[in-house]
Design a protein around this ligand. Structure first.
Ligand SMILES: *Cc1c(COP(=O)(O)O)cnc(C)c1O
Ligand SMILES: [Zn+2]
Length: 411
């Protein structure tokens, strides 16, 4: 691991100590980033690392050698080659990395294993977050493992059933706020500051350190080569920033020789980053009433917008939005062509791919990796809305047979 690192403001360059509990710059309010001295990092310890998952890449994580991680075997998710989906989308070389197969069912676990390990190092009295659902589910499992109190703030009536179930089951104190996600984040930030709880939303730069390992795993599986493009859903915009950072580190270390075009997909009803990208602006205009069935990306004021816009522009990528109908269609297609079950937000990456191919933005021969961020079972209520209901029938062979014939069974 790398004990030698700096916590630095991306805007004014101010530095903060490792013992400091700080989330944004005290001088200018800018986002913070963890910086390493890459000339000190032994490349062999990256490419020859043993083990699997997030902590395999510990040489690029901000901890002392002797730190014991709080881990539930997160990361090491499959990267599937998806030829049937590729054909339907009009491309030749398509891969899907299914982050829904993490311990709590979303990529958030990569960030939380690092974030909660940091919380233990800081000896905090508790951890907290605002969440559209998956952040709370993930924080709950790692807080349980670490044995520290966990407080989560959810927007009332706006969180998918599976996610609330996880937060409750793993013992988090769950608060249902009469407001939206952006309200919940504003409130939890004040409470963390005043009550000395450790904030584990993606504004916390340690979380992004864990999430950047998605890039390491993708590159390693492709023979230490970066794909031409990575497509993923964007909510608070931490993950796209983290994955970009991961690829940047590999290139800086001379392990890979290119950076994929970072392609961020938002929902049509919550697209502040797409608007800023299209208008050539460095800052977003927050949206008051974000609306989409993809609850994980129903966010109007993404905290990591500045990092994400830089990642998209610097990598020659693009930001685009898709409708709820396009998301639903892609969710069904991914499930039925490739056997990959994802929650709605994740399907935005596939819907975005299809739209960008149609618009001529994506070339047929690009090597593309779509990140599916969360598992299908997170949001079972959505499945019931969009799929045909089970057919109720008497428990009688002939009656069942007759009904099956009415549903495609060949004579
Ligand atoms: C958190 C989450 C996102 C959005 O990620 P950001 O880092 O907030 O942009 C997308 N999909 C799922 C399933 C998520 O849980
Ligand atoms: Zn600053």
């Amino acid at each position: 691991m790398t004990e030698e690192y700096k916590v630095e403001c991306i805007k004014c360059g101010a530095r903060f100590s490792k013992e400091d509990v700080v989330y944004t710059c005290r001088k200018c309010g800018g986002l913070l980033d963890i910086k390493y001295d890459y000339s000190e990092i032994d490349v062999k310890r990256v490419v020859k690392a043993k083990g699997e998952g997030v902590w395999k890449y510990r040489v690029l994580l901000p901890f002392a050698e002797e730190t014991k991680p709080v881990t539930i075997n997160e990361g090491n998710t499959p990267l599937y080659r998806c030829d049937r989906l590729a054909k339907s989308g009009g491309v030749d070389d398509l891969w899907v990395k299914h982050e829904g197969l993490n311990p709590s069912g979303s990529f958030k676990d990569r960030g939380m294993t690092v974030g909660v390990t940091k919380a233990v190092e800081l000896d905090v009295k508790g951890v907290a977050c605002a969440s559209t659902g998956n952040t709370s589910a993930s924080l709950a499992i790692f807080a349980a493992k670490a044995g520290i109190p966990c407080y989560v703030m959810l927007p009332k009536g706006k969180v998918a059933l599976g996610k609330v179930a996880q937060a409750m089951m793993h013992g988090a104190k769950v608060f249902s706020l009469r407001g939206n996600f952006d309200d919940a984040l504003r409130i939890v930030r004040v409470l963390c500051e005043e009550e000395k709880l450790y904030l584990l939303n993606s504004v916390n730069p340690y979380r992004l350190e864990g999430q950047k390992t998605i890039a390491f795993e993708v590159a390693e599986k492709l023979g230490w080569k970066a794909p031409d493009r990575v497509i993923l859903p964007v909510g608070n915009a931490g993950n796209i920033s983290a994955i970009f950072k991961g690829f940047l580190e590999l290139k800086t270390l001379g392990i890979t020789d290119s950076i994929p075009k970072m392609t961020g997909i938002q929902a049509a009803g919550a697209r502040p980053i797409v608007n800023a990208f299209e208008d050539g602006k460095a800052e977003i205009t927050p949206e008051d009433k974000p609306e989409t069935i993809a609850s994980a990306i129903r966010i109007g004021n993404p905290v990591n917008a500045a990092k994400a816009l830089f990642a998209i522009r610097d990598s020659d990528g693009v930001a685009e939005s898709v409708t709820d109908d396009e998301i639903t269609e892609s969710q069904l297609e991914l499930a039925r062509l490739e056997g990959i079950g994802v929650e709605p937000a994740s399907a935005a990456s596939i819907a975005g791919l299809k739209k960008l191919v149609t618009l001529g933005e994506i070339d047929r021969d690009e090597k593309i990796v779509c990140i599916t961020t969360g598992h299908l079972l997170k949001d079972p209520e959505r499945v019931i809305k969009i799929c045909e209901a089970p057919k109720e029938v008497d428990a009688d062979v002939d009656v069942v047979r007759k009904m099956m014939k009415g549903h495609g069974l060949k004579m």
